[in-house]
Design a protein around this ligand. Structure first.
Ligand code: ADP
Ligand code: MG
Length: 574
């Protein structure tokens, strides 16, 4: 037999993994090459997959997580063993926390040596370490099990509450060869990986009864609702019922932020006053003050208040995690909202006018105040005057994707930059994690082809800044705007001993724009809103990788942004 026929009759682990991924409609891999996955990535590319190679695994992992959120397919991240795997693990844990489907696939060292702790190259029991940090973890030892391994990973990532999955592939597996036909027959195309979960009719009735009796109802839309892609059902529910709604940050744009029923500009009022709150793909975690305390005014019935909750969620164990949920509605958001829409009937009464009118009054007042602040043009720029430019740019290009991280840069951008379309805002999510910026931006550009505007605090940008090379290398339509105020929170801290910079200070007058120039992209310094506008408009229309160094007043900014209450020193001062 010639080598050629031999090759045709067998198939190796490399090709089986690639074929299994392709069979499950996965066409993109975010990765960082090295032993033992370098050849895998080369072959994957030669076999027609899009391979996006990063400078640090954490950003490849973050890209996979964002791709998962944006596409409803598990984002795939490949890393090398031990240190590479650990670098990817933060992204995997973050994806799981945020309910984003992703699969971290890491090469690993020889099991026989690792398990006896004999000191292999990059020795680590990766499976054991990953397990508590993700939704599911698997290892494949035999080439004939690759199909099952990928199928289990895909199903685990997508079904029920989505999340991160770890798949351990020992180096030896890639080189194993098996009979080609048997190998191909062993691959599984996952049928219905995210099965719909139809809510029980009595649970729908219970929720509707509570809503119907409400005097001051409120809907809170979370990123689970954005992920679910039930955009039309949700919009029709909100508009048919006339109930005011609040979007959580990544649900902004699910309905346009300028929608008449958005209560964002009256957030504290509605949280404190609502009597029935319906959560749709949003958890009552710290971001919602756990559903209790003074944010929630009246408070739950248990606290002596009269607030009652409906929770629409795919996870049957989410309800009651923080406060009692009077009407849990377990199912996928599309099916749940469809059932509610069907149950509304013709006799639905819109909420009382004193509730909606009260909200409108507060909105008007707050929006007028905001407009006044945005119209100011201080020198140097502050967060508001710079963000006002971005606000207008996003209004003109509602299809652009906004990535946002930082402290003040995050808080201000979230409230100032309106979103008009679903799934156009990617941010620090449930953990409030820093470092997602460039990974998310790359994923957004690669998976959608739309312009990406990354609004970055100077500190936040530092976590993933080296990936501007990746952005330039793939010539991605990403415009990074660094809000440069010379430090963490602000740039004015002083070290009382005067012998070194304070821990929160950065090099003053840093030339961030030169980082993009270094790799062939466009770098611009902007001291005024006009300069910022010009550079941003050019970046969005040209699609060229761009970094705008936006010089912000170093005295602008609050310690810990809007979460000062979580900073022990600040809490002590109070
Ligand atoms: P936010 O931070 O925007 O409030 P969270 O991440 O806290 O959002 O909540 C998202 C919720 O959405 C999770 O509880 C998750 O179980 C739920 N979820 C995710 N996808 C779906 C879906 N397709 N159907 C129903 N619930 C979903
Ligand atoms: Mg700063």
């Amino acid at each position: 037999m010639t080598t050629e026929t031999l090759e045709r009759e067998t198939i190796d682990g490399f090709h089986l993994v690639i074929d299994a991924l392709k069979l499950n409609d996965i066409d993109t891999i975010f990765a960082l090459p090295g032993i033992p996955i370098t050849d895998f990535l080369r072959i994957a590319q030669a076999e027609g997959m899009k391979v996006i190679s990063f400078r640090h695994e954490q950003h490849a992992g973050n890209a996979a997580a964002a791709a998962g959120f944006l596409t409803q397919k598990p984002g795939i991240c490949f890393t090398v063993s031990a240190p590479g795997f650990l670098n990817g693990l933060t992204a995997l844990a973050n994806a799981t926390t945020n309910c984003f489907p992703m699969i971290l696939i890491s090469g690993s060292s020889e099991r026989e040596i690792v398990d006896l702790q004999q000191g292999d190259y990059e020795e680590m029991d990766q499976l054991a370490i990953a397990k508590p940090l993700c939704k599911a973890a698997f290892r494949v030892l035999h080439a004939e099990d690759i199909g099952v391994g990928i199928a289990r990973a895909v199903r685990s990532a997508l079904s029920g509450r989505p999340g991160g999955v770890y798949l351990d592939l020992p180096a030896k597996l890639f080189a194993q060869s098996i009979d080609r036909e048997a190998g191909q027959n062993s691959l599984i195309k996952v049928v219905d990986p995210a099965p719909r979960q139809i809510p029980a009719p009595d649970a729908v009735e219970r929720a509707l009864a509570l809503l119907k009796g409400a005097k001051k109802p409120l809907v809170i839309l979370g990123k689970g609702a954005a992920y679910a892609r039930a955009d039309d059902e949700i919009r029709s529910f909100i508009e048919k019922t006339g109930i005011p709604y609040l979007p959580m940050s990544m649900a902004k744009g699910l309905l346009p932020d300028n929608h008449g029923q958005s209560a964002s500009a009256a957030r504290s009022y509605v949280l404190a006053e609502a009597d029935v709150v319906m959560l749709v793909g949003a958890r009552l975690n710290w971001l919602l003050s756990h559903g209790k305390g003074k944010t929630w005014g009246a408070g739950s019935a248990k606290e002596g208040g009269n607030q009652q909750f409906i929770q629409v969620d795919i996870s049957p164990t989410e309800a009651d995690s923080n406060v009692a949920i009077a009407a849990p509605l377990v199912g996928d958001i599309g099916s749940c909202i469809a059932a509610l829409n069907a149950g509304l009937g013709n006799g639905w009464q819109k909420p009382p006018a004193d509730w909606t009118g009260g909200i409108a009054d507060r909105k008007d007042k707050n929006l007028t105040k905001m407009a006044e602040t945005l119209a100011k043009n201080p020198s140097p720029m502050n967060f508001h005057s710079a963000l006002n430019v971005i606000r207008e740019a996003v209004k003109a290009r509602p299809d652009a994707i906004v990535v946002n991280e930082g402290a003040n840069t995050l808080d201000f951008a979230r409230s100032i930059v309106d979103m008009y379309e679903p799934r156009k805002r990617l941010d620090v999510g449930t953990w409030g994690i820093m470092g997602i910026g460039m990974g998310f931006a790359v994923a957004a550009a690669v998976t959608t082809g739309k312009p990406v505007i990354a609004i970055e605090g100077d500190s936040a940008f530092g976590f993933s800044g080296m990936e501007v090379e990746t952005i330039c290398r793939y010539n991605l339509p990403v415009c990074v705007i660094v809000f440069n105020n010379n430090g963490i929170y602000k740039g004015t801290d002083v070290n009382p001993l005067g012998d070194a910079m304070a821990p929160t200070q950065f090099v003053k007058e840093a030339r961030y724009e030169m980082m993009m120039q270094a790799f062939g992209g466009v770098g611009v310094r902007a001291d005024t809103p006009e300069q910022l506008k010009k550079a941003l408009d050019e970046a969005v229309s040209s699609g060229k990788p761009t970094l705008i160094n936006a010089i912000i007043d170093e005295t602008a900014g609050t310690e810990s942004g809007r979460i000062t209450s979580l900073n022990p020193a600040m809490a002590k001062k109070k």
